[in-house]
Design a protein around this ligand. Structure first.
Ligand SMILES: NC(=O)c1ccc[n+]([C@@H]2O[C@H](COP(=O)([O-])OP(=O)(O)OC[C@H]3O[C@@H](n4cnc5c(N)ncnc54)[C@H](O)[C@@H]3O)[C@@H](O)[C@H]2O)c1
Length: 250
């Protein structure tokens, strides 16, 4: 049984998709949730958190903005007094072959998907160290080292592989401080985001490669994230939990 009563969580990219489901599931389990994103839908997600009986704080946060992340943490501490959980979920996945990819395209993906994880982690660490307790969950991707997936995602693959490397090394640093850090490695998840950048045939091909024969539901990702964010997951750190319907097995 996961009990997150009296816990406080920050979720990035919580306006839709996996982040939204994670924010609401954290609330269902009792946590107060700081809902952050760059889209206005965070207001609705904040309401959904409160409908589950938890407190919500809604903040615009672009994860590439190091100072803004610090401000959000400051507000969180003023409102709730502690930070137990950080879910580094915000991410983009634009497609471009290497020929098409400009240095700006490359940099934007690295800035959001990888540097964003660093920025938000740095922001929460002082509070977690003071508490001697923290759970950080970073969202990687199967394309970050487990499967090649597609030839037009090399910037994305580099960023998500970077998330796994960051997670493994930082977990060694953080373990003695009572803080765990783990990565979730999703396969294809039905959030609509992949459809925005991929052809229907590409999605169908990825589903055909997935032994369970379908995309994952965002709720199925959220439940794994919430487990790693819970107290009973104390002995798991530096791990990559693959949640992919078997995609990376074949
Ligand atoms: N959907 C999939 O198939 C899949 C597969 C593997 C990994 N992932 C990863 O899971 C995470 C969530 O994906 P999703 O499918 O829910 O995508 P999504 O597009 O539905 O949600 C991502 C959220 O991140 C936010 N975001 C974008 N740039 C931001 C920024 N600079 N600062 C803060 N927030 C920002 C977006 O506004 C959006 O709400 C991402 O990191 C993604 O790379 C998704």
């Amino acid at each position: 049984m996961i009990d997150l009563n009296d816990r406080v969580a920050i979720v990035t990219g919580a306006g839709r998709g996996i982040g939204k489901e994670t924010a609401t599931l954290l609330a269902e389990q009792g946590a107060d949730v700081v809902v952050t994103d760059v889209i206005p839908e965070i207001e609705d997600v904040g309401e959904a958190v409160e409908e589950r009986g938890a407190n919500a704080l809604v903040h615009e946060l672009d994860v590439t903005d190091y100072e803004r992340a610090q401000d959000v943490v400051e507000d969180t501490l003023e409102e709730f007094g502690r930070i137990d959980i950080l879910v580094n979920n915000a991410g983009i996945f634009p497609t471009a072959t290497l020929e098409e990819m400009s240095p700006e395209d490359w940099q934007q993906v690295i800035d959001i998907n990888l540097t964003g994880v660093f920025n938000c982690t740095k922001a929460v660490l002082p509070a977690m160290e003071d508490q001697g307790y923290g759970r950080i969950v970073n969202i990687s991707s199967a394309s970050g080292g487990h499967v090649g997936w597609s030839g037009d995602l090399s910037h994305y693959a580099a960023s998500k592989g970077g998330v796994v490397g960051f997670t493994r090394s930082a977990a060694i640093d953080l373990g003695p401080k009572g803080i765990t850090m783990n990565a979730i490695v999703p396969g294809m998840v039905d959030t609509g985001a992949a459809e925005e950048v991929s052809e229907e045939e590409e999605i169908e091909a990825a589903v055909a490669m997935t032994p369970v024969g379908r995309q994952g539901d965002p709720e199925e990702l959220a439940s794994s994230i919430v487990y790693l964010a819970s107290e009973p997951a104390a002995f798991i750190t530096g791990a990559s939990l693959v949640v992919d319907g078997g995609l990376t097995l074949v």
